[in-house]
Design a protein around this ligand. Structure first.
Ligand SMILES: *Cc1c(COP(=O)(O)O)cnc(C)c1O
Length: 232
């Protein structure tokens, strides 16, 4: 099996090459570190990863306590339950998976209690999947408008997870739709909304995502190897 260090090196090279082809600026590689313990997270850090994404609150807490993310940015990328907001808001650099006014309110309140403003991304259910989180594309404007009324949060961009296992052509279509939504919302002026991040693309398709305008990619298995449970 390849080492985490070698995997990181290869993924960073592929990200750079894709950015060059796309004429893009700096791309943020977020290592999706679910199911990998603090020691493995540190291995990825030592190889050059400077941002990690967790999607389970308990894992995040355990690794945070172990100092796993020292020197790196920390993103929450999973579905955030209301009763877990207090464990996350104001403690991570970015919550990528915000999709309702209620969640924004709760996050904003907790962040202010901690004396901070929480940066968030709005998650879009771009494939209109029934069982998936995220706001539908047509609800995005209203959600961004609501964000402007909540002092404890700041919207920095959009995130999406297109349908798993879709043919490449279809996934490219979703990435392009996301880029269009991103440009639309970036060019509108809302208070508290300062959009510059487009987070899309995972191990199987991060180069395509970059080609379509992503500037943040979330890569798990290409760095850490295969996991026991699938992406949700
Ligand atoms: C696990 C995960 C990823 C990375 O998935 P891979 O296919 O292993 O690269 C990206 N985004 C989210 C939200 C995840 O939970």
């Amino acid at each position: 099996m390849e080492s985490i260090g070698e995997n990181v090196k290869r993924v960073l090279e592929r990200v750079d090459a894709a950015a060059l082809r796309a004429g893009a600026g700096k791309i943020t590689l977020v290592a999706a570190s679910k199911q990998n313990d603090a020691a493995r997270v540190r291995e990825a850090f030592d190889a050059g990863v400077r941002a990690f994404g967790e999607n389970r609150v308990q894992e995040l807490e355990d690794k945070l306590a172990a100092g796993a993310y020292e020197g790196a940015k920390l993103h929450f990328i999973g579905h955030l339950q209301r009763n877990k907001v207090k464990n996350v808001a104001g403690r991570v650099d970015l919550i990528e998976s915000v999709d309702s006014p209620e969640l924004m309110e709760l996050i904003g309140r907790r962040a202010l209690e901690r004396g901070t403003v929480q940066e968030v991304l709005l998650e879009v259910n771009i494939g209109r999947e029934e069982a998936k989180s995220g706001v539908l594309p047509e609800g995005l404007d209203e959600l961004a408008g609501r964000a402007a009324e909540i002092p404890g949060i700041r919207v920095r961009g959009l995130m999406a997870i297109p349908p798993a296992g879709a043919p490449r052509r279809e996934t490219l279509g979703y990435f392009r739709q996301m880029y269009n939504l991103f440009v639309d919302i970036r060019d509108k002026k809302y208070d508290n909304v300062d959009v510059c991040i487009l987070s899309m693309g995972m191990s199987a398709d991060f180069e395509d995502a970059i080609a379509c305008g992503a500037n943040t990619v979330r890569v798990g298995s290409a760095i850490f190897g295969r996991r026991a449970y699938p992406v949700k």
